[in-house]
Design a binder for this molecule. Structure first.
Ligand code: NDP
Length: 256
């Protein structure tokens, strides 16, 4: 029997921050490929809208209101997904925030909030789903990094630290859990048109045009650009791909 390379029928995916932006773009791709999807976020109205959209498209989807920085809440979220959807095959650690300030102006509460949301949450969620993936004989973890996993910028000390950290965390999980047939990979988005960057475009003079000038594809990314990479990294097509950090950036990171 031949393996259906991109088929996710019967699989269950958790997408943190799946109620909007890049997470929703990935959730749509996973649902289209046949996965049942748990949308995890704090904003219940946004999550309900995402679930309604996925359900109307024919997918099974649930919303699990969760603050991913809270260990007990994350454990309860994983329990609920298991009890309502029956298994956990795919985890997308996508929830993220940014506070744009130079290092000398960032206070410790702001630092902690960014690092806990972007990095510690990935640790908590991965640890929470590991037993279910191991018991099922395998799984797929997709962590969302950034161009700030590679480059520096004066206004993103905590964000860049968290996004650099997520690549190294991904590599650790890839090494530790390969024997359990769990693949862990990172995706590094370029500049994508979402709520997160709408504010950046307003706050940073000239950002919009600088991104266009530096991106060989000559456009900002759209959330639909993340459906394909989500399906690839969640499906049997990527079974020998682990520990990587794949830019989805229209060429931003290779532009000299
Ligand atoms: P959005 O602001 O559109 O989405 C962020 C998501 O994270 C929301 O769904 C939000 O849901 C969720 N979230 C934030 N904090 C928490 C929390 N404590 N608990 C649970 N969920 C939380 O941003 P993007 O789609 O742009 O960003 C998604 C990811 O992509 C982030 O990790 C970001 O750093 C990364 N990225 C984005 C880039 C871009 O250009 N847009 C570039 C590089 C990386 P809710 O508010 O309901 O909790």
């Amino acid at each position: 029997m031949t393996t259906k390379l991109f088929d996710l029928a019967g699989k269950v995916a958790i997408v943190t921050g799946g109620n909007g932006g890049i997470g929703l773009g990935m959730a749509r791709g996973l649902a289209q490929a046949g996965a049942a999807v748990a949308i995890v976020g704090r904003n219940e109205a946004k999550s309900a809208a995402a679930v309604a959209e996925l359900t109307q498209g024919g997918a099974k989807a649930i919303a699990v209101a969760t603050d991913v920085t809270d260990k007990a809440a994350v454990a309860a979220m994983a329990e609920r997904v298991l009890s309502e959807l029956g298994r956990i095959d795919i985890l997308v650690n996508n929830a993220g925030i940014n506070i744009r300030k130079p290092p000398h102006a960032l206070d410790i509460a702001e630092w902690n909030s960014v690092v806990q949301t972007n990095l510690t949450s990935a640790f908590l969620c991965s640890q929470a789903v590991y037993p279910a993936m191991k018991a099922a004989g395998g799984g797929k973890i997709i962590n969302i990094g950034s161009m700030m996993s590679i480059f520096g910028a004066s206004f993103t000390p905590a964000y860049a630290a968290s996004k650099g950290g997520i690549v190294q965390f991904t590599r650790s999980c890839a090494c530790a859990w390969a024997a359990d047939n769990i693949q862990a990979n990172a995706v590094l988005p370029g500049w994508i048109d979402t709520d997160l960057t709408k504010r950046a475009r307003q706050e940073i003079d000239g950002l919009h045009d600088r991104v266009l000038a530096r991106t060989p594809a000559a456009r900002w990314g759209a959330i639909g650009d993340f459906a394909g990479i989500a399906v690839f990294l969640a499906s049997p097509a990527s079974d020998f791909v682990t520990g990587t950090a794949i830019p989805i950036d229209g060429g931003f990171s290779i532009m000299g």
